[in-house]
Design a protein around this ligand. Structure first.
Ligand code: FAD
Length: 429
């Protein structure tokens, strides 16, 4: 028992007759009676800073956690419950400003806010009464989120678990596991430095690893699904972890099962990537080739391609530290070949890409630009002057300003081209 307790560094338990309390620490007696008379007593010198919180707390917060759940001497239960209580007081913050956590930079307040540093934290969280009573939002880097209200009336769960490791390696391939809270651009940088091929064209996309499968991020002719091997995700209702294969994620263009059927039900905790020690580079898309030529690079290395993509993106997209945005606001619409042929007669220069059979993808940015929106702005929000697909927040605005602007753009594109464009960004009510 002694050993077991020592292995729980954040919780020191006193259970009934066992005296793990420091008697000279008087408030303990009060805490003890407040929490429960007969079972669990928490915290000694190491956790003294919690005393004011505990003393202020109402027993209604504690009772559901302790209540009759502990039978004398069932130490495992006690440890578990103590961890939940500890988590509750130490980790769950109230009324947190979300402005630093969304790339649009809108002000919004979270009723509750929890930072997750490991899977164990998640298991504690889902056992709290608040989690059972409140709605929740999974948040990673906040680069694809629009807070449409100035308050999120529930729990914001910020993923911040870290770690990158090789879990399999053979002559030609590696499987690399990255924890969900790892920074995506840093992860790509590391893989490129190690000479692993498969994610280089996704360089510099802001966000964290765990969010990348949610919308199957894509850029410069590559999508996450191309290197995705599997992910681990925790079911928030049961606390059980499930492994999702590539197929089970049902990836599509900026889509996955996590954005639809299973939205909000699973938290992705880590992602495994299948990468290669040798591969062809993808240079066809966008202006990669032009950039390389202009810089005198005839046969780029993996590193040079990565750096080129970072430079191209920097020139084209706003720096979210300066101007709020969520990157591309709309998805590129996919239309029928007949509709495209009719449009092409009217607009011979219309850019397009082949999609599934009988379908054509048209760049939403071009449609928005043709509808006259590029560079449009009012005091707070606008359409980025260098890329019409990007809606921006210049400061002092509200999420609803972007909602209203996006609706006006949708309407005018539909009126001009008969095409409906839909947002890529996740609206948070
Ligand atoms: C300047 C800029 C450029 C961009 N360029 C591109 C681009 O080229 N290609 C592209 O595809 N995207 C692009 N994006 C969008 C964005 O970078 C990606 O969608 C990215 O994956 C978002 O990551 P995030 O960590 O910020 O996720 P968040 O915005 O925090 O979350 C996005 C969604 O995923 C859910 N979610 C987050 N983490 C998890 C998790 N661990 N488990 C389950 N659900 C989760 C959230 O609830 C939310 O619905 C760009 C954004 C910006 C601001």
């Amino acid at each position: 028992m002694e050993k077991q307790i020592k292995e729980q560094p954040c919780v020191i338990l006193g259970i009934k007759q066992r005296a793990f309390l420091e008697e000279e620490f008087h408030p303990v007696r009060q805490i003890r009676s407040l929490i429960h008379r007969r079972t669990l007593t928490l915290l000694t010198a190491h956790q003294q800073h919690l005393v004011p919180h505990l003393l202020q707390c109402e027993t209604r917060l504690i009772d559901p956690l302790v209540g009759d759940q502990i039978v004398d001497d069932r130490y495992d239960d006690a440890i578990h419950i103590a961890k939940v209580i500890f988590f509750y007081f130490c980790t769950m913050k109230k009324n947190v400003d979300l402005q630093p956590y969304n790339s649009f930079g809108f002000n919004a307040t979270a009723k509750y806010f929890v930072e997750i540093n490991n899977v164990d934290d998640l298991l504690q969280l889902i056992n709290t009464p608040e989690f059972k009573a409140e709605k929740h939002l999974i948040l990673s880097g906040g680069n694809n989120i629009l807070f449409t209200n100035n308050c999120f009336d529930g729990i914001v769960i910020l993923m911040n678990n870290k770690g990158i490791e090789i879990v399999h390696e053979d002559k030609g391939d590696v499987v690399v596991r990255a924890q969900a809270g790892e920074d995506w651009p840093e992860f790509v940088k590391q893989m490129v430095t190690k000479g692993f091929y498969g994610v280089e064209n996704l360089a510099h996309i802001p966000g964290k690893v765990g969010a990348a499968p949610v919308q199957n991020i894509g850029a410069y002719g590559m999508e996450l699904k191309d290197s995705f091997f599997q992910c681990h995700a925790l079911n928030l209702a049961t606390g059980k972890t499930r492994i999702f294969t590539n197929e089970a994620c049902d990836f599509g263009y900026r889509e996955s099962v996590f954005k639809h059927e299973l939205k909000g039900q699973y938290i992705i905790t880590s992602v495994d990537f299948l990468l290669h020690k040798q591969s062809e580079l993808k240079l066809e898309y966008g202006n990669i080739k032009t950039y390389l030529e202009q810089n005198g690079i005839a046969e780029p290395t993996l590193q040079q391609l990565h750096d080129a993509i970072c430079a191209i993106r920097d020139a084209k997209l706003p720096d979210v530290k300066q101007i709020g945005s969520a990157g591309s606001f709309f998805k590129n619409p996919v239309i029928s070949a007949e509709q495209f042929d009719a449009l092409q007669k009217q607009y011979p220069d219309i850019p397009h890409y082949p999609d599934a059979e009988g379908l054509v993808k048209v760049p939403a940015g071009w449609l928005i630009e043709q509808a006259g929106w590029k560079g449009w702005r009012d005091e707070h929000v606008g359409v980025y002057e260098k890329q019409a697909l990007v809606l921006v927040h210049y400061g002092g605005g509200k999420g609803e300003d972007i909602v209203s602007l996006s609706q006006r753009i949708q309407k005018s594109v539909e009126e001009k081209f008969g095409i409906q464009i839909s947002p890529e960004v996740n609206f948070v009510p």
